[in-house]
Design a protein around this ligand. Structure first.
Ligand SMILES: [Zn+2]
Ligand SMILES: [Zn+2]
Length: 626
């Protein structure tokens, strides 16, 4: 029968193959595993991933519903082996920035105060003694005030300041029934105080995993916005860069953005939908070889206000919302995909450093970049599928109710009632401001360039704009490059992606040297690679591809091309991908709003009632505010 499947289960004592069926429930499967491995009770947990994420719980969902397929490998850990709380997971490889900050002193040093200090130059008193990195009074008096301490300052606070040998234990929140409970049948038939997840009271997170987002230069953001300028459709991209020290805040972390990768997506003026990306793994690999990682995502929510002066509508503010519930859930989903490796958590990970940036209209009707993360509470609610968006009120989420398929713990939040008293509310609905942490987003005074090319190779997945990545566009690109420094010519993230992933002549294995050259800005290395066979082949492919080089093509030819192109664009928008790169495609919204960078403060009272209809999450929708 086609329903029969074999699941592999890896345990500390070895691997076993468990025969099962697609329609078997997780509960029945777990019982079978217990028998097979000789566990008397259910004293073990099974996970989808080796790093103990994606636990398979005893429930009535079938294996096929849980997306467990024939041949899949699952990971079994006996319950006793996860270590007691407070134990440091020394096997966890933390990010470099975390290893660096853990070694820093972090103290806030102050000079002798000429008015208050009554001691000599070498003395110290209460007015000048160094402060701890989590000193809230100090953070509140920064300009602008800092509402969240850094994550590493928070760890210092838990351990009582400097490393005194104490360990902070960080517990990941779980909204799921604990596995391995004996003495009663699985949910919905049974639940007890031992296995029931605790109720959650949402509070504003005191710390944040990232304290600042910095785009290396305006060009990165500007090229991303170009898509909206030319089509009027919204756009989404992944931010690639690195985590560095953010020196403005004690033990702070900055997410530096070096490039934006635009995955395949369906976009309209009011919605964004991500599509399956066959190149996702290759992009990750190339980025890693360039010393970069996925630090976050960015999306536009832009609507032009006055096309003559290029202004955009100011729609996200304290009277509407900063992030919609759908966006919070999507951010939570991404953050769960990119967990923060952490030695202080039993599971080896805690929170996430993955950031969310919205490009939207500010109070001055210019394009602003607003940075956020969602709280670790929100991550847990999203991971355990407890949170839904409301259909008619983007600023409201909704904590699911328990069903035979799923137990959902009660979720509460505290707010003031109309008399000013603290009241606890059930999170049905829930104002998403309880889930959001804002992060200042900046551009440096002196722009930086990981990718130094001054020419622009077409960005991936923009065929709809007539901007295609092929050897024709590569020929054009190369003909426009005036630099004699080969490193400058190849130092373009989108070009490197094309060289690796194109179907005609993919450079998968042979491009390591070139990526290394770009990573270390080494022209000698780049020159060595230029002499390779691969580059010779690419140049050959380019020469065969008809290219329009300045001065080499007679004028009538260009006009003919232009004519054909316009015909294509006008009659068959789909064919506009054959546009010759030298010709500008007519644009829907020819705007060039200047970039300005400041952000309003986050202070959104709950005003709107909830529509009791809830939405499924398949695409992000933007809700025009009137
Ligand atoms: Zn003093
Ligand atoms: Zn129980």
């Amino acid at each position: 029968m086609a329903d029969n499947i074999i699941i592999r289960v890896q345990s500390p004592d070895g691997m076993k193959k468990i025969p099962s069926t697609k329609r078997e429930t997780a509960a029945a499967f777990l019982k079978k595993v217990a028998k097979e491995f000789g566990f008397n009770s259910n004293g073990f947990s099974i996970y989808l991933n080796r790093n103990k994420t994606g636990e398979i719980l005893s429930q009535n969902k079938t294996l096929s519903l849980l997306k467990i397929k024939h041949g899949d490998m699952l990971f079994l850990f006996p319950s006793g082996s996860s270590g007691s709380s407070g134990e440091v997971m020394d096997t966890v490889q933390e990010d470099e920035i975390d290893q660096y900050l853990a070694k820093q002193d972090g103290k806030i040093y102050r000079n002798r105060d000429p008015q208050l200090c009554r001691h000599g130059a070498l003395g110290k008193c209460v007015h000048c003694v160094p402060l701890e990195p989590f000193d809230e009074d100090y953070l509140n008096h920064l300009d602008p005030p800092v509402k969240h301490m850094s994550f590493h300052a928070y760890i210092r606070k838990l351990t009582g300041g400097a490393d005194k040998g104490k360990f902070a234990a960080l517990e990941n929140i779980s909204c799921k029934i604990k596995s391995g409970c004996e003495g009663h049948p699985p949910w919905p038939e049974g639940i007890c105080t031992k296995c029931q997840p605790s109720a959650i009271t949402l509070n504003r997170q005191k710390y944040r995993h990232v304290d600042n987002i910095m785009f290396e230069n305006h060009t990165i953001a500007d090229r991303f916005l170009d898509f909206w300028r030319k089509t009027g459709s919204q756009r989404m991209g992944y931010l690639y860069g690195r985590y560095t020290e953010h020196k403005d805040i004690p033990l702070g972390i900055r997410a530096e953005v070096a490039a934006i990768y635009e995955p395949p997506q369906n976009a309209t003026q009011n919605s964004l939908e991500l599509l399956e990306d066959p190149k996702a793994a290759a992009v990750e690999e190339i980025a890693a070889k360039l010393g970069l990682c996925k630090v976050g995502w960015i999306f536009t929510d832009l609507l032009s206000e006055d096309t003559r002066i290029g202004t955009v509508r100011y729609s996200r503010n304290k009277d509407s919302y900063y992030l919609s519930a759908e966006e919070c859930i999507t951010a939570g989903y991404f953050q769960n995909q990119q967990p923060n490796p952490c030695r202080l958590s039993r599971e080896g990970h805690f929170g996430s450093k993955f950031v969310t940036v919205v490009a939207t209209g500010g109070p001055d009707n210019q394009v602003h970049f607003e940075g956020y993360q969602v709280s670790n509470q929100c991550m847990a609610l999203v991971r355990d599928e407890c949170l839904l968006p409301c259909r008619d009120a983007p600023e409201l989420g909704y904590a699911k109710e328990s069903s035979p398929e799923q137990y959902v713990p009660d979720v509460f939040y505290k707010d003031k009632d109309k008399f000013g008293n603290d009241v606890t509310f059930l999170a049905r609905p829930l104002p998403v401001e309880y889930l959001i942490i804002d992060i200042t987003t900046t551009f440096p005074k002196d722009p930086q360039y990981t990718f130094s090319s001054t020419q622009r190779f077409p960005i991936e997945n923009r065929d709809v704009l007539g901007e295609t990545q092929d050897f024709h566009s590569l020929a054009t690109y190369l003909s426009q490059c005036t630099s004699t420094v080969f490193l400058d010519i190849v130092s373009d993230f989108h070009l490197l992606l094309f060289l690796v992933t194109n179907e005609v002549m993919p450079l998968r294995d042979s491009i390591g040297l070139l990526l290394d050259a770009v990573k270390t800005s080494n022209e000698d290395l780049a020159q060595t690679w230029k002499k390779s066979e691969q580059w010779a082949t690419i140049e050959q492919l380019c020469s065969k591809s008809p290219s329009i080089k300045e001065g080499t093509v007679s004028k009538p030819h260009v006009e003919l091309d232009l004519c054909c192109t316009l015909m294509h664009v006008l009659c068959h928008p789909v064919l506009s991908r054959y546009t010759c790169p030298a010709v500008k495609v007519p644009v829907a919204t020819p705007l060039h709003p200047a970039l300005t960078l400041s952000r309003p403060t986050l202070n959104s009272p709950m005003t709107s009632p909830c529509g009791d209809q809830l939405r499924d999450l398949d695409a992000l929708f933007f809700h025009p505010t009137s």
